[in-house]
Design a protein around this ligand. Structure first.
Ligand code: IVH
Length: 694
């Protein structure tokens, strides 16, 4: 999409527009250039993943356009970047016919399947060897987009393949889908293109964390999150879901003049990229002959978890388009493509019994104990059933056969039960009326889905609060895992959070199983945690609805933790992302005398209650990008990454030309090899990094 001369022109244009913020006649004369700049930068950011201006500068340009359009509504064009966020509430989704039916792919699972498919394709095409293009099989929701006269006209779900639901408004919220694309440059008047909408793993994880914080059951996998998001009636909610779209197929083209011939599938991916779509040009690989494809497929399955998004396999396509046409299709599938599916991340197992666990906020969670079953390399024996509604909705009974899924790093999830496999010995799950630990009568606030133990001093809650406090994303006290916390609680050493900082180390040294070295390590880890930044402490307190993300915005908004005790509900809601529910929960927490006493106690023990503000710009690493690979010796990976961010730098997820520094630990692998081939990347070891950061 962007050639050097375009980049230079746009950079200069962006600069000059920003210099004329107050000059309305100038801006009016240049409104189409302003739009062009914004579209260009959206493409660099959302499609190419390689932005060329700072976020604040982009926001300035965008706000400028919004302002001019507000005062001159007649100048608004349908493909203006401001038009993504329309009025946006759909009453229902209309059914629309696809211009060309959306076919599905035949599946293959092993080398033999691929050999057989290749044999047939060679036989039909009368060739000895075929060229194949291999690309990820994106595990999301499939979409079909129609562009007419360069404008994004309509987008639809797959539906039954012939007709789908019109979800145009929702798709306009996805920034990697351009509102206009210069098809006319190729003489194309109308195009129907296909792709997949995804939620990447990171966004999915934080989306699920938010659901859990609200006591809602999390979703099984990013695919469900993506397809569910596309069916939301209010487009403004969709825009907050961080969805992405990959476009991998041109289904139909109508030329208004000379037809430009596209020769191969890989050419069509390149053309889509040129047009501004996020097609898998970088991810695709072209091979001669099926043997090389088979080797690649086997190798790639190992790397599945390294990608930032979920894939469930690879798609192998005959590269030459003339050959694709010759091979044609069966009633269901094209003969020129096949999916190579990776090992399933689902399995069936029996529900043996249900235990009820008490969480740190007193919530009672039913946990299914199942016949242990391996899924994706991990044995699953225990799975959350979330709450009574979840159990009712899925109709789960003790003795049932269940379908269990474990997608990537995602927590295992019960997809469904199989009532048809029951033999009559199954029993309903009985919810307790008393706390299984302290026997206090349980309560269920009307608006909530979970039962709760209202006793703050319930042993289970006390222990869970300490486990959360010390956990990796909170105060990160290594060596004080769940088992030790439980043991020390039983011994009477750990009664509450402050007691973590008063552990009797001398007695501990005399205990069986604790060597002098491990006790010293633990002592050091506890001491070090006192310096953790405030947002970690806020997260560690376990205030309801306040997870890591909210903790970060709160820490940015205050100077000292106890400032929160002086704020009323209105003031709390002024903090970014803090709504009524969160404000109410924070207010309740800080109205309790015992909590204030505890926090003062922690401060006198040396914990950091002051907020050290992160600089939004500046810092010695400002504008520089980093990636860590291999095992670091002196620093934890998370610590090193935090240091980069604290100094204004940015962490990237992969090696590319936009990477400035690769920091290499022990046993570094393919990332190092790749980085060596890109001259602009500086490769440093851990010492070099520490020196750089000063
Ligand atoms: S090609 C006519 N390529 O997998 C061929 N499909 O049953 C059109 N999918 O419905 C499909 N990644 O939703 C193709 N790189 C990729 C894909 C892909 C994911 C989905 C697509 C399709 C299903 C196969």
């Amino acid at each position: 999409m962007s050639r050097t001369e375009d980049i230079k022109r746009i950079q200069e244009l962006s600069k000059s527009l920003l210099e004329h913020v107050q000059d309305e006649p100038f801006l009016l004369r240049h409104i189409s250039q302003l739009r062009e700049c914004i579209c260009f930068h959206e493409n660099r950011y959302y499609v190419m993943n390689d932005p060329l201006i700072a976020d604040v500068e982009f926001d300035q340009l965008y706000k400028l356009l919004e302002k001019i359009e507000a005062t001159h509504p007649t100048l608004v064009t349908p493909d203006s970047p401001t038009q993504r966020v329309g009025p946006g509430i759909a009453k229902q989704f209309n059914t629309v016919q696809h211009l060309v039916p959306m076919l599905s792919l035949e599946n293959s699972y092993n080398a033999d399947d691929l050999l057989e498919w290749d044999r047939k394709a060679r036989e039909l095409s009368k060739l000895d060897e075929l060229q194949y293009c291999v690309e990820p099989k994106f595990d999301g929701a499939s979409i079909s987009l129609v562009y007419e006269n360069d404008l994004f006209k309509r987008g639809a779900t797959r539906g039954d393949g012939v007709a789908g639901e019109d979800i145009t408004l929702n798709l306009k919220q996805i920034k990697s889908i351009p509102l206009s694309a210069p098809f006319s440059k190729y003489g194309i008047q109308q195009a129907e293109i296909r792709g997949e909408v995804l939620m990447n793993k990171k966004s999915f994880q934080s989306f699920n964390e938010q659901l859990i914080e609200q006591n809602l059951p999390p979703l099984a996998n990013p695919r469900n999150a993506a397809s569910g998001s596309l069916r939301i009636k209010d487009a403004s909610i969709v825009s907050k879901r961080n969805l992405e779209a990959f476009i991998y197929h041109i289904a139909y083209l109508h030329f208004e003049n000379n037809e430009k011939e596209i020769l191969s599938h890989s050419n069509s991916l390149e053309m889509l990229w040129e047009l501004g779509f996020r097609s898998p040009v970088q991810e695709k690989k072209v091979f001669k002959g099926i043997q090389a494809v088979i080797a690649f497929c086997k190798d790639f399955e190992e790397k599945r978890d390294d990608l930032p998004y979920e894939i469930d396999g690879l798609v192998i396509k005959v590269n030459e388009l003339a050959l694709q046409e010759k091979l044609g299709m069966t009633t269901h599938h094209p003969r020129w493509a096949i999916a190579y599916k990776f090992k399933a991340r689902q399995a069936t197992s029996k529900l043996l019994q249900v235990e009820f666990q008490v969480g740190r906020t007193g919530s009672i969670t039913p946990v299914a104990k199942i016949q242990p079953v391996p899924i994706g390399g991990v044995t699953v024996a225990s799975i959350s059933l979330h709450n009574q509604d979840f159990i009712n909705e899925k109709d789960i009974r003790i003795g049932d056969t269940l379908l269990v899924e474990r997608a990537g790093d995602v927590i295992p999830y019960i997809v469904k039960s199989f009532p048809e496999l029951r033999n009559g010995n199954e029993s309903k799950i009985q919810f307790p009326t008393q706390c299984p630990v302290c026997k206090t009568a349980l309560i269920k606030p009307e608006e909530e889905a979970v039962w709760r133990c209202p006793n703050d001093l319930c042993d289970a809650q006390v222990v869970e609060r300490m486990i959360h406090f010390t956990s990796k994303d909170a105060m990160d006290i290594r060596g004080l895992g769940d088992a030790n916390i439980r043991k020390f609680h039983e011994l009477g050493w750990l009664k509450n959070i402050p007691s973590i900082y008063e552990l009797p180390f001398d007695e501990l040294k005399r205990m069986e199983g604790f060597g002098a070295k491990s006790v010293t390590n633990l002592q050091e880890a506890i001491e070090k945690s006192k310096q953790q930044p405030l947002y970690r402490l806020i997260n560690a307190l376990g205030i309801r609805y306040v997870g890591e993300t909210t903790a970060k915005t709160i820490a940015q908004a205050i100077d000292h933790l106890l400032d929160l005790s002086k704020m009323n509900l209105d003031e709390l809601q002024q903090i970014e992302d803090v709504g009524v529910k969160v404000a109410d929960s924070i207010h309740q927490y800080f109205s309790k005398k015992e909590n204030i006493e505890m926090l003062k106690g922690l401060e006198s023990l040396g914990l950091q209650l002051n907020s050290i503000k992160k600089q939004s710009s500046g810092g010695s690493l400002s504008g520089k990008t980093f990636l860590f690979t291999g095992t670091l010796n002196q620093l934890k990976r998370s610590e090193a990454e935090q240091m980069v961010e604290d100094n204004g730098g940015k962490i990237l997820s992969g090696v590319s030309s936009k990477l400035d520094y690769l920091i290499v630990g022990e046993d570094a692998g393919s990332k190092l090899e790749k980085a060596k081939k890109i001259a602009s990347i500086q490769i440093l070891d851990e010492d070099g990094f520490l020196k750089l950061i000063g």
